[in-house]
Design a protein around this ligand. Structure first.
Ligand SMILES: [Zn+2]
Ligand SMILES: [Zn+2]
Length: 341
């Protein structure tokens, strides 16, 4: 099969022919239809996350159809549409797993990082960590739900239920979270890079009350909560400064540049600063059901599998409107926008 492979962090991704993986006990083999591109993939490729599997097939927002099943795997019928998310396996035995906090399992394995992922024509996954994907949204449009959506939703939940929500970085995750927040009757304030008119217009189209640049401009209302999606530590004191007493600032990314020191008064008055790590399967079930009900619509920029490295560079440059997706099967092309540059 065709696969995009990372041989060593810091080197360029390249396309290779590799054997189709065999599903082990409890695993399904999935024909990959589409795989979302996530900023975490960029951190893996750049070597900012320790100890990836090598060589590695990146990608952890996989939509495909079950082609085969290993011994004892019986949850899915052949041909059923499933999603494979970031959380690929947990031990089930540690104190985190036993307490329903499998997102913190120290032995957890992650798709497209410590397990091979979906930048390929086929992938295997432990069926217990896959999600069924009913609904009529196309495969490419569904992929961003599987990380941007899931982890964004967890970040939203942990931000509390304040009315005025700031989103710092308006990409794949924020454009989904904004729809959920507005469905919950919250007011959304979107912060983007200076001059990112595309992201700001997308935010307004989705119902954000205000969209503007980071780095000085304050929104018209004090925030009750903020989620920092951009991997930029300098946004943390900025978000704290925009947040009302008692409010929460959530850092939603797996990697961030250093947070500059800031005066205690930004944290004072019971503001909370926290991170969000990974997802639990319960998060996924809850969010995917909600996304169907709302329904969440994603804005996607579609690339062929062979363009994975280019798609990642567009993401790095902040050029993607919504989410970038690799259309592996090539059948959903009409459902998304073509890249325009
Ligand atoms: Zn565990
Ligand atoms: Zn991700």
């Amino acid at each position: 099969m065709r696969a995009i492979v990372l041989e060593q962090p810091g080197t360029r991704l390249h396309e290779k022919r590799v054997p189709v993986p065999e599903p082990g006990p409890g695993q399904v083999l999935v024909d990959v239809s589409a795989c979302g591109v996530c900023r975490t993939d960029l951190h893996v490729v750049d070597g900012e996350l320790p100890d990836p599997k090598l060589p590695l097939v990146p990608g952890h927002q996989i939509v495909g159809r079950v082609a085969d099943a290993g011994e004892g795997a019986d949850r899915y019928a052949p041909g059923e549409r499933v999603g494979i998310p970031w959380l690929g396996w947990t031990c089930g035995e540690c104190r985190y797993c036993r307490a329903g906090r499998e997102n913190l399992c120290p032995r957890a394995l992650f798709t497209g990082y410590t397990l091979d992922g979906g930048y390929a024509e086929s992938a295997v996954a432990d069926e217990r960590y896959c999600f069924p994907l009913p609904g009529d949204a196309s495969d490419v449009e569904t992929t961003p739900l599987l990380c941007a959506g899931l982890i964004g939703y967890r970040a939203l939940r942990l931000a509390g239920d304040g009315e005025r929500l700031g989103l710092y970085g308006f990409g794949a995750a924020a454009h989904i979270v904004a729809q959920v927040a507005i469905h919950q009757n919250r007011r959304v304030f979107a912060f983007t890079r200076e001059g990112d008119d595309e992201a700001q217009s997308l935010a307004r189209e989705l119902g954000a009350e205000w969209a503007g640049a980071t780095g000085g401009k304050t929104p018209p209302a004090e925030l009750d909560a903020a989620i920092v999606f951009a991997p930029v530590g300098a946004l943390v004191p900025e978000a704290l400064a925009a947040t009302a007493p008692g409010g929460t600032v959530v850092c939603a990314g797996i990697h961030m540049s250093d947070i500059p020191s800031f005066p205690y008064e930004l944290l004072w008055h019971e503001r909370t600063l926290r991170s969000v790590a990974n997802l639990t399967r319960a998060d996924g079930e809850e969010f995917l059901a909600l996304a169907l009900r709302i329904p969440v619509r994603t804005a996607v920029e579609v690339h062929p599998l062979s363009d994975a490295a280019h798609a990642l560079e567009r993401l790095r440059g902040g050029k993607v409107r919504g989410a970038a997706v690799l259309d592996v099967a090539g059948s959903d092309r009409s459902a998304g926008e073509e890249p325009n540059g």
